[in-house]
Write a protein that binds this ligand. Structure first.
Ligand SMILES: [Zn+2]
Length: 289
C-alpha cells in the first residue's frame, strides 16, 4: 500500500458506451461524436467551436456558447430581457400545462425565452443580433419571440444597424395557437421595413431550422448562410414522404441540398462564421462604428 495514489489520466469511455444521438456537448471529459463515433477530448472540442475534428460534425450549441463565438468580447447589450410568455389560451396537453412547460424550460436554460436580442459588435462593426436557444421549448416561436425580434428590427431601423438572426427552431409554438402564427407575419413585416431603409438582414441557419421560422424570416434574409448539414425545411421528411408517397432523395432538407437548389447563398463553417459575417458587412459598406 502506498501513501499516495498517482492520479491517472482519465480513460476515454469504451466504444460500446451508448451516447445516443445527442447533439449537445456534454460536461464529461470525453465526448463521442454522434456522427463518426470518434471520441473527442471535450476541452479541445469546445476550443474548436464544437466542431468534430474528424468528420466536421457541428454539435448543437446553446445560445450562451454561440454568442461569444460571433460577437466581440463584452460587446453584447441585451434588450427586452424582461419579456416573458403568457399562457393566453390556458393550454394543457396530456402531460403538462403550458405554464409549467415554460417554467421547466426556464430552469433548464436559465433564459426566460428562446431568443435573445440586442446590439453588439462584430470585429468592431455595430450590429443588431438575435439568437435562438433551441433547448427552450425547441426554439419555438411564440408571441414573445415575435415581439422581441420585431423590436430588435425597430431598434436597428432607428440606429441604422444591419441585422443578423441566428435561427435554431422547431417552428411555431403550438401552445399559443394563432398568436404564434401571427408572429410570422409580424417579423416579416418588420424585415420588409428594414429592406425599405436599405439596411441588410443576414439570416444564419443552424441545425435545425424548421416550421414557421423556416417559412418566414429565416428564409427572408438578403443573404442566407447556413452551417454544414443543418436540417432546414418546413415539414419533416417523414410527413412529406407519407403525403407525396415517394422516397425523398439523399440529403434532402440538409444545407448542402438547399444550396444546390438555390435556397441558400453559402454554407459557412462555424469556425469562420464571425469572419464571414464581418466580411459581408464590410463589403456592404458597414465599417467600424
Ligand atoms: Zn465526428
Amino acid at each position: 500500500m502506498s501513501w499516495f495514489t498517482r492520479k491517472k489520466a482519465p480513460k476515454p469511455p469504451p466504444e460500446s458506451s451508448d451516447m445516443g444521438d445527442k447533439p449537445h456537448i456534454p460536461d464529461d471529459i470525453w465526448t463521442k461524436c454522434p456522427s463518426c463515433s470518434q471520441v473527442l477530448y471535450t476541452k479541445e472540442l469546445r476550443r474548436s467551436f464544437g466542431v468534430c475534428s474528424k468528420c466536421n460534425y457541428h454539435f448543437r450549441l446553446k445560445a450562451s456558447e454561440r454568442l461569444p463565438q460571433l460577437v466581440d468580447r463584452h460587446s453584447f447589450e441585451e434588450i427586452d430581457s424582461n419579456l416573458r410568455s403568457q399562457d393566453i389560451l390556458s393550454f394543457r396537453d396530456s402531460k403538462e400545462s403550458y405554464r409549467s412547460k415554460l417554467r421547466r424550460a426556464e430552469r433548464k436554460t436559465g433564459m426566460p425565452e428562446c431568443v435573445i436580442t440586442g446590439r453588439a459588435r462584430l470585429h468592431s462593426i455595430p450590429v443588431a443580433i438575435g439568437m435562438f436557444e433551441f433547448d427552450f421549448c425547441g426554439g419555438s416561436m411564440g408571441s414573445v419571440v415575435g415581439e422581441k425580434l420585431a423590436r430588435m428590427v425597430e431598434m436597428a431601423l432607428a440606429e441604422k444597424l444591419p441585422v443578423i438572426i441566428v435561427s435554431a427552431s422547431g417552428g411555431a409554438r403550438m401552445q399559443e395557437g394563432m398568436y404564434s402564427l401571427m408572429q410570422m407575419a409580424k417579423v416579416s413585416a418588420a424585415i420588409a421595413r428594414l429592406s425599405q431603409a436599405n439596411l441588410p438582414y443576414i439570416s444564419v441557419l443552424t441545425n435545425p431550422t424548421t416550421g414557421g421560422v423556416a417559412a418566414s424570416f429565416a428564409m427572408q434574409g438578403d443573404i442566407i448562410l447556413a452551417e454544414p448539414k443543418a436540417l432546414i425545411g418546413f415539414a419533416g421528411p417523414r410527413v412529406i414522404e407519407q403525403t407525396i408517397k415517394q422516397k425523398l432523395p439523399e440529403g434532402f432538407q440538409r444545407s448542402e441540398f438547399l444550396l444546390e437548389h438555390g435556397m441558400l447563398d453559402r454554407i459557412v463553417q462555424r469556425t469562420v462564421m464571425k469572419d464571414e459575417l464581418a466580411a459581408i458587412l464590410s463589403h456592404l459598406g458597414f465599417g467600424v462604428g
